[in-house]
Structures are given as C-alpha cells and as structure tokens.
Design a protein around this ligand. Sequence first.
Ligand SMILES: Cc1cc2nc3c(=O)[nH]c(=O)nc-3n(C[C@H](O)[C@H](O)[C@H](O)COP(=O)(O)O)c2cc1C
Length: 179
Amino acid sequence: MPSRVLHLLASAAPPAVDLVDVVWHAQAEGWTVCVGLTPTAAEWLDDQLPALEGQTGYPVRSSAEAFGVREIWPRADVTVVAPASLNTVNAAALGLTPNFVAGHLTEALCLRSPLVVMPCVNSAYATHPQFGRSIEILRASGARVLFGEGGFQPHPPGEGDRKAYPWHLALGAARSLVE
Ligand SMILES: Cc1cc2nc3c(=O)[nH]c(=O)nc-3n(C[C@H](O)[C@H](O)[C@H](O)COP(=O)(O)O)c2cc1C
C-alpha cells in the first residue's frame, strides 16, 4: 500500500495507553500516522507523548490550533477514533465539539470523510439511552462503527481487559476504506 495518512484519535478509556504499539502496527502496514487525544487521554498518556511524537514525526494534538495558524498535520485518508468513550461517541453524534477529538470527529462526519469509530464502553454504559441513538446516528452519517458483532463487545463493569481491545479490527476497517 502506498503511504496513506491515518489520523488516530483516542479518548480516555484504558486501551489508549497502548497507542505506542498500535502506532507501530499501523506504520508497519504503511500508514503515516498522526495521533490526537482528548484532554483527559492526553493527561493519561503524558509520559508517552514524546515517544508518540518521535514515532510519528508529528505533534500529538489535544487542543484546537490557534486561529489563523496553518494546519500542521497532513490531510487524513482515514480517521480512526479508538478507543471512543461514551462521552466522545455522544458528543460527536450530537455535533458537539468540546475538545480536539470530538471536533475532528464531528468535522469528519460533516464532510463525509472516511471514518472508523470503535467504542470502548462497559455493558452498563452501553445501556445509556443516548448511546444506542448515537451509534445509529454515526452509522447513518456514513461512519464505520465497530460495535457489537464484528466489533468491540462491551464487558461487564470492572471486567474489561484492555489487552483484548480489538485494535486489529479498527486497522482492518481503515485499510478496507482505502483499498
Ligand atoms: C480508569 C478509568 C477507566 C475508564 N474507562 C472508560 C471506558 O472504558 N469507557 C468510557 O466510556 N469511559 C471510561 N472512563 C471514563 C472516561 O475517562 C470519562 O468519561 C472521560 O470524561 C471521557 O472523556 P473523553 O471522551 O473526553 O476522553 C474511565 C475512567 C477511568 C478513570
């Protein structure tokens, strides 16, 4: 695959702490990767930010750029939002842009750009009435939402295994969007 650009955006759910490995995998598949984080995820990954920037060659972004400043990332061929928290899924479905990741996701939806969203929620969060509506809205807007069969399967509260988060499905979906 010729080098394509992947915007890999993560919110504050445990699999986010494995992003360094995920970036290696994506780069091994030929992607140029740019990493974006919600402010909470950026706090969690604070000690990994230099490694992620060294690995990708691009700043890790977690805040909107200043008005009038030129875009520092190359344009995405595909945007992957994973892990997508309940908060981030709902924000994007409602068109809310409280932070960099939600804003980027909302923009990708509005522009109908290739977009993969893989939630990470426990089975209790998944019953929140807005969550199901948000998944439907994202799908109806053209996003590939990897949730349920063939995607992330919610776990009972307190029983999540971050190592079981199916990153390969997110990268596979991204690949399928550019092949
Ligand atoms: C240890 C820990 C694990 C969490 N796991 C999840 C999770 O798997 N899914 C989720 O939606 N929220 C989870 N949360 C809650 C989110 O971090 C929280 O709602 C946060 O505000 C999400 O913000 P963001 O979407 O801007 O990253 C967790 C919080 C903590 C402290």
